[in-house]
Design a binder for this molecule. Structure first.
Ligand SMILES: NC(=O)c1ccc[n+]([C@@H]2O[C@H](COP(=O)([O-])OP(=O)(O)OC[C@H]3O[C@@H](n4cnc5c(N)ncnc54)[C@H](O)[C@@H]3O)[C@@H](O)[C@H]2O)c1
Length: 267
């Protein structure tokens, strides 16, 4: 008997870790998953912002904790997993969202910057997935792992070769883990956001404006003119797709990439 629609998106009794859940896309994801009933661990380097998001979720009656953690640290990933288990008793959903996208022409990218971007975006997604999957396997009730990749997983952007390499890697990581974890009923899927208005996106835009001499209007107009739906994305556009992938509605999806870009890649 299929689940009634009202139950499909009900995450009560489940718990989720959202890396980089303090601001931007991760914050919107934490808010939506909490609204669906999941207990949330926000794992973020920015503890002040994470605590502010915790307060927002608490006001709505959600169960939530903030943990200061660097996505690039394997020790932090293990600590976040243990703290989630001890606070909420299970881990059912992992959203690997923490990511950085510093603008840097390839000829100027230092080894330090390359390592930092790959460590946060790709190594972090792998070791969080490893730590969470082991607990999901031990508990024997499956789970959902969701990667926040990028349209750059499929299509390059200039001056972001380091980022594009990390997001291309994240797509293959998704497929590879989907093959390996399928037998444990762990679904591993990815989302490719297009241009989403977030604090990180805005600070990157400021850097690009400085480097190119464009006006903000020229930049937004140039980007938006390529989007068939005619607007930049909002963090909640991505959160709604995450809610779907985290829910029973996506039980037969694994190894997939959902593009949520207003149609940008079509042009
Ligand atoms: N904004 C976009 O247009 C866009 C497009 C495609 C993909 N994405 C991806 O979406 C994700 C979120 O992007 P965003 O625009 O919301 O970014 P953002 O910079 O607005 O927010 C990122 C959040 O992650 C946290 N964070 C940064 N480094 C961290 C680390 N090392 N460990 C833990 N937390 C860390 C920040 O404190 C912040 O709370 C990233 O993976 C990004 O690559 C964003």
């Amino acid at each position: 008997m299929p689940n009634p629609i009202a139950q499909l998106f009900d995450l009560k009794g489940k718990s989720a870790i959202v890396t980089g859940g303090a601001l931007g896309i991760g914050q919107a994801i934490a808010l939506r998953l909490a609204e669906a009933g999941a207990a949330i661990t926000i794992a973020d380097v920015n503890l002040n912002a994470a605590n502010a998001t915790v307060e927002q979720i608490k006001v709505q009656g959600g169960k939530v904790q903030a943990v200061q953690a660097d996505a690039a640290s394997v020790a932090d990933a293990k600590r976040v997993v243990e703290m989630t288990l001890s606070a909420f008793g299970s881990i059912d959903i992992l959203v690997n969202n923490a990511g950085i996208f510093p603008f840097s022409p390839a000829t100027q990218t230092t080894e330090e910057l390359w390592d930092k971007v790959l460590d946060v975006n790709l190594k972090g997604a792998f070791f969080y997935s490893q730590a969470v999957a082991q607990k999901m396997i031990d508990a024997g009730r499956g789970g959902k792992i969701i990667m926040i990749a990028s349209i750059d997983s499929l299509h390059p952007t200039g001056n972001l070769a380091h980022y594009d390499a990390s997001k291309g890697g994240m797509l293959m990581l998704t497929k590879s883990l989907a093959v390996e974890f399928g037998r444990y009923n762990i679904n591993v899927n990815a989302i490719a956001p297009g241009g989403i208005q977030t604090p990180g996106g805005e600070s990157q835009a400021a850097t690009i404006l400085k480097a190119t001499g464009m006006t903000p209007e020229q930049m937004v107009k140039g980007f938006v003119s390529r989007i068939p739906l005619g607007r930049m994305g909002a963090p909640d556009d991505i959160a709604k797709a995450v809610l779907f992938l985290a829910s029973a509605a996506a039980d037969y999806m694994t190894g997939s990439l959902m593009v949520v870009d207003g149609g940008y890649l079509l042009s």
